[in-house]
Write a protein that binds this ligand. Structure first.
Ligand code: ZN
Length: 92
């Protein structure tokens, strides 16, 4: 058997289970952040943006007050400030 290196771009993701979020494949309220730690979310985001997501990316679609709550709670759990804002050079 030959082992061949594959890039993430070469991989195909199976669709998320019905009833789960189409972005992160986790069952969560649509107004809540995606699960940044979901492997599906990380792979999908990497394929689309060429980098791995931050918690800031995962909550970018949430209303401001929801983001505020999550930033406070994630910081309280030791998540660094850098991880709490959208990544990328343009903050995309
Ligand atoms: Zn999600």
């Amino acid at each position: 058997m030959t082992v061949r290196e594959m890039s993430i771009g070469d991989m195909m993701l199976l669709p998320p289970r019905p009833g789960t979020c189409p972005e992160c494949a986790v069952n969560h309220d649509p107004g809540a952040p995606h699960n940044r730690d979901s492997l599906y979310y990380q792979m999908r985001f990497q394929q689309q943006h060429g980098r791995f997501p931050t918690w800031g990316d995962a909550m970018a679609h949430c209303e401001g007050y929801v983001q505020d709550i999550w930033r406070v709670e994630l910081a309280r759990r030791g998540v660094p400030q850098e991880e709490l804002k959208p990544g990328g050079e343009n903050g995309e």
